[in-house]
Design a protein around this ligand. Structure first.
Ligand SMILES: [Zn+2]
Length: 286
């Protein structure tokens, strides 16, 4: 910066000569450190727009403002990129989930009303800065994924919109990882997902325990699944994760290993569906 302002000083001095900018008899004293030594320079003040100013001070102020504006611009772009992760990096099996939010979560029975309230409560706590996991548990089709998506959508849209959120359907993720074993071009490696799922502020892991090959019949499947889950359990100790599963904690413990599951589901707020039936099956009435 110092060099730049020296150059600009010369420019100003030349400009002054040519345009005969009116110098005054006053000087502005600048002290800088050069190799640890204080060096004092005096700059003649000039009349500019009817005001007496020091040209060097003016340039330094402009440079500072420019740098500040640039820093804001970069920060805005970074914030925007974080905000867009939910839309650009999420993996859905059911694509309609992209549009799910509290607004279009229909409540017909007491349990649905209670669970929607519980999910909203979780959002309030998250927005207040609390760190905990949320576990939505119940039969398929009761609306667990919809509520999970509603939670992170709200986290994404509110406040400064600078939280990174991600929705991952576990089966979709694992099938991409499996594909990457035979496809060297694929970016969707085990490492890619561990990094992505570790870095986001809010993560939904949808349908834990429902993935293909999860019954231990496929040895490699359970190996890389375990590596990914362990990686996430390690890296997300201080970040909220929202899980959904058809299985309860005990069944998940039997399926993976009890230690990893208890680390994944530690400090967990549970939202349970016991009475709600499959919302995707519509009763036809005549
Ligand atoms: Zn000055």
């Amino acid at each position: 910066m110092r060099k730049m302002s020296d150059v600009m000083t010369n420019v100003m001095q030349n400009l002054q000569k040519h345009t005969q900018m009116e110098s005054t008899s006053n000087y502005c004293t600048h002290t800088t450190l050069v190799f640890g030594k204080e060096v004092t320079k005096r700059h003649q003040m000039i009349m500019f727009d009817g005001k007496e100013v020091c040209p060097v001070c003016e340039i330094e102020r402009d440079t500072e403002e420019f740098e500040k504006r640039e820093a804001y611009r970069i920060k805005d772009a970074e914030k925007r990129a974080e905000y867009l992760i939910l839309e650009s990096k999420s993996l859905f099996k059911d694509k309609t989930l992209i549009n799910s939010g509290f607004k279009n979560y229909e409540t017909k029975d007491i349990e649905e009303i209670t669970n929607k309230k519980k999910a909203i409560k979780a959002v309030e706590q998250y927005r207040a800065g609390e760190v905990f996991n949320t576990f939505l548990q119940g039969d398929p089709g009761v609306g667990k994924s919809h509520l999970a998506m509603s939670i992170i959508r709200t986290m994404n849209e509110t406040d400064n919109q600078d939280r990174s959120c991600l929705f991952i359907d576990i089966d979709e993720m694992l099938s991409k990882v499996r594909d990457s074993f035979n496809n060297r071009e694929s970016i969707y490696t085990e490492q890619y997902f561990i990094q992505l799922l570790s870095r986001v502020d809010f993560l939904v892991l949808d349908d834990l325990g429902a993935e293909t090959g999860s019954t231990n019949t496929e040895k490699t499947a359970s190996d890389y699944t375990m590596r990914i889950l362990k990686g996430i359990a390690d890296s997300r100790q201080d970040k909220p994760t929202i899980f959904t599963s058809n299985l309860n904690r005990e069944a998940l413990g039997r399926m993976y290993d009890a230690k990893t599951v208890s680390r994944l589901l530690r400090n967990t707020y549970v939202i349970k569906f016991e009475d709600t039936t499959d919302k995707r099956i519509k009763n036809i009435e005549f």
